[in-house]
Design a protein. Structure first.
Length: 364
């Protein structure tokens, strides 16, 4: 009697990565179903990459591969579990990373629940990351394409989520993924990679945010309190930012570029200084909360590791020290530039992603 095929639901985005993931899984003998997630209602908004166009690409790819395809709507879940948090962080003057939370709460929670109810054994996505299963433990590892590795965005996933996950292209280079798509005649082979926050797309961020949060303009001041310009609202700026300040032509100062070094929420002041190498842009440590370990380590009081405080940053050697439940102090060997509250600090042991937490405090 033939063994029943394992069923895999593939999260199809309309891009080349998920398309090739579905193709590879079918070639490997899985019973593959493509599902397009709709997490944001953009029907009344002018966007360069609306969901309808992406779904057309999903349909084209699935018909070419020869697999069934469906769509599922998680707009309510996204609004409640991700977007409300996103807005609250901006209200606090912080800079959130909704993509990390989307993976934790939507793609590998709401969507995985859907996959289980649909009888799927696994949920697959086009993330550039790898999984290693040893001794009953699932380890999350970096994707082999260093320029595309997305383990940073998966840092908050749990064992329960990862044990049912598949990342078919995690051990591939992006160029090879496109080549496979082209040879298979997939229409998305040369489709441009999506950029920016998933639900905003190509829209202008400031205009988008104004729809949900009222702007509160105020003064831009130097460290000694001199007013050098006006800001449009503290929520629009992040530490280390230099573009969009509109004070480059100021007659005051050294003539160097201006950078954001602090946000005074109480007085609604954006603090700026000149010079990319200002000491105020560099910190030696941070405190993060909500630390989530992927494959164990919660009991360690302190340990050496590598860390990233933003996506695409190279590994930085550090020491992590437990301060409380889920609260860790991370001290770096070398000072780090523009560590930003609200972003995630993600810890690594070589290629293995240990987990991550939200940056709450910067220590100079």
């Amino acid at each position: 009697m033939a063994q029943e095929k394992k069923r895999v639901i593939v999260g199809m985005s309309g891009g080349v990565d998920s398309a090739v993931s579905a193709l590879l899984l079918k070639e490997q003998g899985y019973d593959v179903v493509g599902v397009f997630m709709k997490n944001w209602d953009d029907s009344e908004q002018d966007t360069a990459c609306p969901a309808e166009e992406d779904y057309d690409d999903v349909r084209s790819v699935c018909e070419k591969i020869g697999i069934p395809y469906y769509t599922v709507n998680f707009e309510n879940e996204y609004w409640e579990r991700v977007f409300q948090y996103f807005l609250e962080e901006y209200r606090r003057g912080r800079t959130p990373n909704p993509d990390v939370l989307c993976n934790k709460e939507i793609k590998f929670a709401a969507f995985m629940d859907f996959a289980k109810k649909a009888g799927a054994d696994y949920l697959a996505t086009g993330h550039y990351a790898r999984l290693a299963r040893e001794g009953g433990v699932t380890y999350l590892k970096k994707g082999l394409d260093a320029g595309k590795d997305q383990s940073y965005f998966l840092c908050m996933l749990s064992q329960g989520q990862l044990e049912r996950a598949l990342f078919p292209i995690g051990d591939m280079q992006k160029a090879d993924v496109r080549k496979i798509a082209e040879e298979a005649g997939l229409t998305v082979a040369k489709k441009k990679d999506s950029t920016g926050i998933c639900f905003i797309g190509e829209r202008k961020f400031k205009e988008f945010l104004q729809t949900y949060l009222p702007a509160n303009p105020g003064d831009m001041k130097t460290l000694d309190g001199k007013v050098v310009g006006r800001h449009d609202g503290l929520m629009y700026y992040t530490l280390g930012q230099r573009r969009g300040l509109d004070i480059g032509g100021s007659k005051d100062g050294t003539g160097e570029r201006w950078f954001v070094v602090d946000k005074d929420m109480e007085n609604n002041v954006l603090v700026v200084c000149q010079g990319a190498e200002s000491e105020l842009l560099y910190s030696r440590a941070l405190v993060m909360s909500g630390m989530s370990f992927i494959s164990g380590g919660e009991d360690k009081k302190g340990f050496e590791c590598a860390a990233k405080v933003r996506y695409r940053q190279s590994d930085q050697q550090a020491h992590a020290e437990k301060l409380g439940d889920g609260v860790y102090r991370v001290t770096f060997e070398e000072k780090q530039r523009a560590v930003t509250p609200g972003q995630y600090c993600v810890l690594y042991d070589g290629d293995v992603c240990l987990g991550g937490g939200v940056i709450d405090e910067i220590i100079f």
